[in-house]
Design a protein around this ligand. Structure first.
Ligand code: IVH
Length: 664
């Protein structure tokens, strides 16, 4: 490719990838498959490697770039970043309302109420539409330059969707609950200290000197305020948020406007309950006067604006009793002491166990069997013991000691140098294999529906399976004799297992449960190596050249493929027909290139999303309405008006069977 053609293609790819990125991360509505996205990205990376000087300032290939920094530079915010005064109860909100109205001589007021995202305040600077600098809040006047780390957050656009000479925009970077859980599990398995809550995890991740570490943690950000802007005006805060959204910035959708304080309070109450359903943590609500002129009139104190207040939810803690401490064995062998608790309601669910992480933490907090403790639920799933209520001790509490052997297979436990974790080293420990199976079938892995821990236990108990490969050799007659396994459930289960053979390579790599390899690393490895065979051949040295793969991860991947038990497992998975490769789609040679599909009615064998993925992976598009340009209407059960329209227009209508035949 010559220089001119390269420049043209780079511009096109940058635009396309940034647009897809926006669809995926901001709108949560992807229009192409992951594989297609990766294909485009690989193409851009290749061209930019040949012509590095042609890369654009908003190149999506450079979100993770540069070498680790020695330290962070200090930057001055264009407009100081204030913080908020707090309201700890409903009365504090009523007092705030009284102060506001008093300050405005009874002028009518509108309040904008938003979620208070529990993360780290950041300021982003866009110049001529390009993201040029990002900083922490610091002392409000100056913060730390964390541009390279913020660039790894995919929902932060590298270029605004409309040109603006200058925009300094504020928001909160945060770690979603699921990611928090994943990282803590990974850290626990690796014998590293865990993060206390998603906020600490987000702050720790953004203050990494190596942006590759930040990139390996899926952070996100919501924007909620304008510091300085030129080339745009808004009369109210609500309008400002809408303008930010139009610029392609991610704005939280749960924003409401009220003209009285009582409905504001009611809305806050509502979220105190609903907060647990959100995929990220909020620690309260923020109430702001909408009208910018009124904001100016009210002014600020030295620390915080008089026109806004943060309503803090009460802490989510509860008191209970440690009934016992037992040891769980994880899939990589880590033995985790776990407290069995007197069941108690906290953060919207009933908690009956809590991880104690490791023996050091038990000693540090001095947790004993029989103790009264305060527990806190951090993130989505992992409740923790905050502290022991020592006043309630009776003297009958018992100290806990880590067993010297694995509680399941009785192999001597090992503690590696410098690690806090104690492990069961036995690769064929039934406890580890059970956890490995639960992981293998889980949603982000092979996603085998109907195969939860209970069924896995049933299959293990009946001696029908030992490892993941055995699943693919199960026969109907083996299953039919089991309890609660009628013909229908057996069919469903076998179908779900069969379907999982066609999962993406990335999902399979993740499912294998290689130490330190999460779902995201699975995707990176799949995109880079395109097959298990290639990945298996890679030496540690080659692995470390892959973006985001550090030496520890590389070592653990290579070690996995040296393990005879794992090689056997892979052979049997392959022989069963599980997909071991990833096709990198080449434009112009896929089955559905240029074809448009409309899906209608209920499909039996796929969800809509799955059918859409298949079509898109083969180069086709899925549209929501039938027109003369539609190539195929895939009609399921009870198809309605779209089917009628297709017939009227003479568009080809296909059944699920026809579709299967086409794609097989
Ligand atoms: S507005 C001058 N809105 O809470 C107004 N802050 O002490 C500045 N926060 O430092 C903040 N969600 O880190 C605002 N929707 C939201 C917020 C929010 C979270 C954080 C922010 C701020 C702290 C308040």
């Amino acid at each position: 490719m010559d220089r001119d053609a390269a420049a043209e293609r780079i511009t096109k790819l940058t635009e396309m990838l940034n647009e897809h990125n926006y669809n995926y991360y901001v709108l949560d509505h992807p229009k192409i498959s992951d594989a297609e996205y990766d294909g485009l990205m690989q193409e851009l990376i290749r061209i930019e490697e040949t012509y590095p000087d042609l890369a654009l300032p908003d190149s999506p290939a450079r979100r993770v770039g540069g070498e680790p920094a020695a330290g962070f530079e200090t930057v001055s915010h264009l407009v100081p970043m204030l913080s908020l005064s707090n309201a700890f109860g409903e009365q504090d909100l009523r007092d705030f309302d009284r102060r506001v109205r008093g300050g405005l001589d009874g002028h009518p007021v509108e309040y904008v109420v938003e979620l208070k995202i529990d993360g780290l305040a950041v300021s982003l600077l866009y110049e001529n539409g390009i993201f040029v600098r990002g900083a922490t809040r610091g002392d409000g006047e100056t913060g730390e330059d964390i541009t390279q780390n913020l660039k790894t957050i995919n929902s932060i656009p590298l270029r605004l969707r409309h040109f603006l000479p200058q925009l300094e925009v504020r928001g909160e970077a945060y770690m979603p609950k699921k990611e928090f859980t994943r990282i803590n599990m990974e850290r626990e398995e690796a014998g590293l200290p865990t993060f206390a809550n998603p906020r600490n995890a987000a702050a720790g991740s953004l203050r990494q000197l190596d942006p590759r570490v930040t990139a390996s943690r899926a952070l996100d950000a919501f924007l909620y305020g304008i510091g300085r802007v030129s080339g745009m005006t808004a009369a109210g805060h609500r309008e400002g948020l809408q303008a930010l959204r139009e610029l392609g910035l991610k704005v939280n959708p749960n924003v409401r406007v009220f003209s009285d304080i009582e409905p504001v309070i009611e809305y806050c109450r509502e979220w105190a309950d609903k907060r647990h359903d959100l995929p990220y943590e909020i620690d309260g609500m923020v109430v702001k006067v909408n009208d910018l002129a009124l904001q100016t009139e009210l002014g600020t104190t030295s620390k915080s604006p008089r026109w806004a207040i943060a309503y803090k939810f009460p802490a989510e803690e509860a008191e209970t009793v440690v009934r016992d401490i037992y040891v769980r064995v994880g899939r990589t062998g880590v033995l985790t002491p776990t407290a069995s608790l007197e069941p108690v309601r906290v953060a919207g669910s009933t908690i009956s166990s809590a991880t104690l992480h490791n023996i050091d933490i038990i000693r540090e907090k001095d947790i004993r069997i029989g103790d009264h403790v305060v527990i806190h639920k951090a993130g989505d799933v992992i409740p923790e013991v905050v502290r022991v209520i020592k006043d309630k001790r009776t003297g009958s509490e018992k100290e806990f000691h880590m067993p010297g052997a694995c509680p399941v297979c009785r192999t001597d436990a090992q503690r590696a140098e410098g690690e806090v974790a104690v492990r069961c080293p036995n690769e064929i420990c039934p406890g580890r294999e059970r956890e490995g199976l639960i992981h293998f079938v889980s949603r982000d892995a092979m996603d085998i529906e109907g195969l939860g821990p209970a069924v896995i236990d049933q299959l293990l108990g009946a001696g029908l399976i030992r490892d993941a490969a055995d699943l693919y050799y199960l026969k109907a007659e083996d299953l039919l004799g089991l309890e609660r396994m009628g013909k229908k459930s057996v069919d469903n289960l076998l179908n779900a297992i069969e379907k999982s053979k066609h999962k993406d390579l990335a999902q399979l790599i993740f499912a294998l449960g290689i130490r330190h390899v999460g779902a995201r690393t699975g995707k990176i490895l799949a995109a880079h190596f395109s097959s298990i065979a290639r990945l298996q051949e890679a030496e540690v040295e080659e692995l470390t050249t892959v973006p985001e793969i550090g030496p520890k991860m590389a070592e653990s991947i290579a070690a996995y493929f040296r393990e005879p038990v794992k090689l056997q497992l892979l052979d049997r998975l392959k022989a069963a027909g599980v997909n071991f490769t990833q096709e990198t789609p080449q434009a112009g040679e896929r089955l559905f290139d240029g074809k448009t599909f409309v899906l209608t009615g209920t499909l039996e064998r796929y969800t809509r999303k799955e059918a859409q993925n298949i079509i898109e992976n083969l180069g086709g598009k899925v549209s929501s309405s039938v027109s003369k340009k539609t190539d195929y209407v895939l009609a399921g059960r009870e198809a309605g008006s779209k089917l009628d329209k297709a017939t009227a227009l003479g568009v080809k209508v296909i059944s699920e069977d026809d579709f299967e035949e086409l794609v097989s």
